[in-house]
Design a protein around this ligand. Structure first.
Ligand code: KG4
Ligand code: ZN
Length: 341
């Protein structure tokens, strides 16, 4: 079965094509709106929706051409139904439901985080179920126990800002360009942690809850202290990155201990962070667990992971009956996402 996946929840338009029989991705294309929003220092929802409208059909055609596939070969269409920006989601949903109706194939709403969660399965050396997933994106920071497709248990999450959000807000405080996270990470890689001292919020809380909003306040206080100059920014960025990394690593290790599992999967945009990867790799080697990351191109938002999640659900034959209505869920707790029996 060839399954098309469509992603439009935020500032990337993504299309992917997954073959459930060969269990491999045939092609995918992403268009990032970074240049469009850079001028405004952040995502402008209305502009995002309009750009998705402009890009989605050409990207769909490009993806099919790259795979050498005709529309009539598509057996099902999966699309991100939430969480995300309502207008942006509606573009993908309307296109997906209309395309599916036109082709006479089923359409399947997919949870954006399920896409991220399963994205490491696209790699050459995929993880085996069950595993612990550390989901670290711009909107979410969660530890999940993943038993199989559609079987997720929330172990812990941030009580305030997501890790990516903390990166973005701190970057803004330091006067860095949007999108701040990767820019801050690059600056941090050239600095030394330890010269400035930032807290490791909730690291000793004894549970798997996290908190990142206090870090940006601590960064702000540091930049307002006497003697601060912009030349200190790299060292402060390095300390910030270290603080986030230490908390994420410590909580991930605790989740592995608590569940008795020996496989950790890291997904979402912050999963691209090199310091986080290096630290997790070092701990994995010492403590003998395996850690899997999606390839970098599947870390940020893309249609490939949505095609994969939809493909796995279609292949299992376990999806509810749909009425073709176009509806999105801008807020959609992942915990509600159990596979229908
Ligand atoms: O998963 P994603 O592409 O979109 C969401 O679903 O949110 O994640 C985007 C987030 C942003 O907050 C971005 O700043 C962050 O991931 N990010 C990074 C890095 N690359 C992207 N944060 C830290 N280090 C990076 N290298
Ligand atoms: Zn995402």
């Amino acid at each position: 079965m060839l399954i098309l996946g469509i992603e439009s929840s935020c500032d990337e338009t993504g299309i992917g094509l997954y073959d459930t029989d060969a269990q491999r991705l045939l092609a995918h294309r992403v268009h990032s709106q970074i240049a469009l929003h850079a001028l405004y220092g952040g995502v402008v929802p209305e502009l995002a929706s309009r750009d998705h409208v402009r890009r989605i059909v050409p990207l769909y055609r490009e993806t099919l051409a790259a795979a050498g596939v005709a529309p009539a070969d598509i057996a099902g269409v999966g699309y991100t139904c939430g969480p995300g920006l309502a207008g942006a989601l509606l573009v993908g949903a309307a296109f997906a439901e209309s395309l599916a109706a036109g082709l006479g194939v089923p359409a399947l709403p997919i949870h954006h985080l399920e896409g991220h969660l399963l994205s490491p399965l696209l790699s050459a050396d995929p993880p085996r179920f069950p595993f612990v997933a550390l989901l670290v994106s711009g909107g979410h920071t969660q530890l999940m126990r993943v038993e199989g497709v559609g079987h997720y248990t929330l172990l812990g999450e941030t009580v305030d800002d997501a890790a990516g959000e903390a990166f973005d807000k701190t970057a803004k405080l330091l006067g860095l360009d949007y999108p701040g996270g990767p820019v801050l990470a690059r600056l941090a890689d050239g600095g030394s942690p330890g010269r400035f001292k930032l807290p490791r919020p909730m690291i000793h809380s004894g549970d798997l809850q996290m908190s990142f909003s206090g870090l940006k306040t601590a960064v702000l206080t540091t930049t307002q202290s006497a003697g601060w100059t912009t030349e200190d920014a790299a060292d402060l960025a390095a300390e910030f990155q270290e603080a986030v990394t230490e908390v994420l690593v410590s909580k991930s290790l605790a989740a592995l201990r608590e569940t008795g599992l020996r496989t950790l999967v890291v997904a979402g945009g912050v999963g691209a962070n090199r310091r986080l990867r290096a630290s997790l790799d070092a701990h994995a080697q010492k403590r003998r667990f395996r850690v899997h990351y999606p390839e970098l191109e599947y870390c940020s938002d893309n249609g490939a992971m949505i095609a994969l999640a939809a493909g796995l659900r279609f292949a299992a034959g376990k999806y509810g009956k749909r009425d073709g209505r176009i509806a999105v869920r801008p807020r959609w707790p992942l915990a509600e996402l159990q596979m229908p029996a």
